[in-house]
Design a protein around this ligand. Structure first.
Ligand code: ZN
Length: 258
């Protein structure tokens, strides 16, 4: 699949499913669960937690050393393709927040429901079409609900939230609203002006990592070091905090993905 994707869809990021990696981990190193070691925990942290490459490398090396896995072929092979599964390596890749093959598996399951082993090719396509019809029907229903029902606004209505509720699909709106809520808990620690750019250091008021948001005065764009927008397509609380600070009260159109 990786080879085909790089030829047919060269712009596409090919990531590995975290569920399958975990399943393979069980197969190759599952004995560590029984032995009560911290290997599964360290491995999981490398996959999901670390945002910085240095931190990832430090923990990975410590993990390999501690558990004498220098010569474990499966683990070394996985390390070589870490840009396909480690959070720190893929945070700028567009994934819509997906880390596992949930989508294709639900499609697999849907197709299985309509198939029998003794179907010929014509029967297969007839059933395949009914699966596609069913998906399209679900999409129509979702679109109808989006037009006819207003999403619940859980926070005080601000122009930004009202704009988001009119613009985003219900699912994306809920994700946006969470980030917007987060932004109300953020403080700006420092601010540095340099001609076209203003750099803000943003943090939650109760602690947590510092993020750097660079605001461009010319085109009103923002880039945050957490890379949530690049990865999931939803503006992060840090960027929203900066928008609020500089007086941008609706979502700039370039941040609304089709
Ligand atoms: Zn951010």
């Amino acid at each position: 699949m990786a080879a085909a994707l790089s030829i047919v869809m060269p712009e596409t990021f090919h990531g590995l499913c975290t569920f399958h990696i975990r399943r393979n981990f069980m197969k190759h190193l599952g004995n560590h669960y029984k032995e009560n070691s911290n290997l599964p925990y360290m491995f999981g942290a490398c996959m999901y937690e670390f945002e910085e490459v240095e931190q990832f490398n430090r923990v990975w090396e410590a993990m390999v050393k501690k558990h004498n896995l220098e010569n474990n072929e499966w683990l070394s092979g996985l390390y070589r393709i870490r840009d396909k599964w480690a959070r720190c390596m893929m945070k700028e890749r567009w994934t819509a927040g997906m880390r596992s093959t949930q989508l294709s598996e639900s499609l697999n399951a849907a197709i299985k429901n309509h198939l029998k082993l003794d179907h010929d090719l014509v029967q297969f396509f007839r059933h395949f079409n009914s699966v596609v019809d069913e998906k399209r029907h679900n999409e129509l229903i979702a679109e109808y609900e989006m037009r006819q029902k207003l999403p619940m606004v859980g926070l005080r209505q601000t122009p930004m939230l009202v704009h988001a509720s009119e613009t985003y699909s219900p699912t994306v709106f809920v994700a946006f609203q969470n980030e917007y809520g987060e932004s109300t808990t953020m403080v700006i620690l420092r601010q540095q002006d340099a001609a076209m750019f203003v750099e803000f250091v943003v943090m939650r008021y109760d602690g947590g990592p510092e993020r750097i948001v660079v605001f461009n005065r010319n085109d009103l764009s923002v880039r945050c070091s957490c890379k949530k927008y690049e990865n999931e397509g939803i503006l992060c609380g840090h960027a929203l905090k900066v928008f609020d600070t500089v007086g941008i009260k609706i979502i700039p159109p370039e941040y609304i993905k089709r």
